[in-house]
Design a protein around this ligand. Structure first.
Ligand code: FAD
Length: 146
């Protein structure tokens, strides 16, 4: 009796399989702020079809990139997402360092001037949502689990 050949690779549950049916110009590995910013820039400026893969099933369980500096905000503004981030974050224009109750140092971020004279504080998960949203809506960029 003829038997069908066993599958060479177990594809696992559907959520762990990356779609190979659509054309991809660039595959970005890691859907953190850096990977998502790179994907957005490639899709926006280069008109490329980008797919982002990540080994994690959930986005930003830990919030490391929670303070966005003026130079970062300028870059994100060029990509068209700074305005939305400002709606979700807290603009901090000075940072103080304490030794117990004694104020030892103050950094006036506002003295830097420019379009964003502050540090924007928001959860990394919200940053990632904003970075992925425009290209997900336009179909140019997608996230899959690695
Ligand atoms: C305590 C702490 C505080 C920080 N505070 C700030 C701050 O306030 N502001 C700031 O700008 N930066 C801060 N940083 C630095 C911050 O971690 C980075 O700015 C930011 O997270 C970098 O983003 P990333 O995308 O490079 O890395 P990550 O945020 O670490 O994302 C990397 C992604 O890649 C995925 N990945 C990794 N390896 C693989 C693999 N082999 N295959 C598939 N996917 C993979 C991970 O699952 C993850 O989702 C802080 C860091 C620490 C440790």
């Amino acid at each position: 009796m003829r038997r069908s050949a066993p599958a060479l690779v177990d594809p696992g549950p559907p959520s762990r399989v990356m779609s190979l049916e659509r054309h991809i110009d660039v595959l970005v590995c890691g859907a953190g702020p850096v990977g998502l910013t790179a994907a957005l820039a490639l899709a926006r400026r280069g008109g490329l079809a980008v797919e982002v893969i990540d080994e994690a099933d959930v986005r930003a369980g830990l919030s490391y990139a929670l303070a966005l500096h003026p130079a970062t905000l300028r870059l994100l503004d060029e990509l068209g997402v700074a305005g939305e981030l400002l709606e979700h974050g807290l603009a901090v224009d000075r940072i103080a360092f304490y030794d117990r109750s004694e104020r030892r140092l103050e950094l006036a971020v506002s003295a830097l001037g420019g379009a964003f004279p502050f540090v924007l504080v928001l959860p990394q998960s919200r940053l990632e949502e904003v970075l992925i949203a425009p290209e997900r809506a336009g179909g140019a960029c997608a996230i899959a689990t690695a």
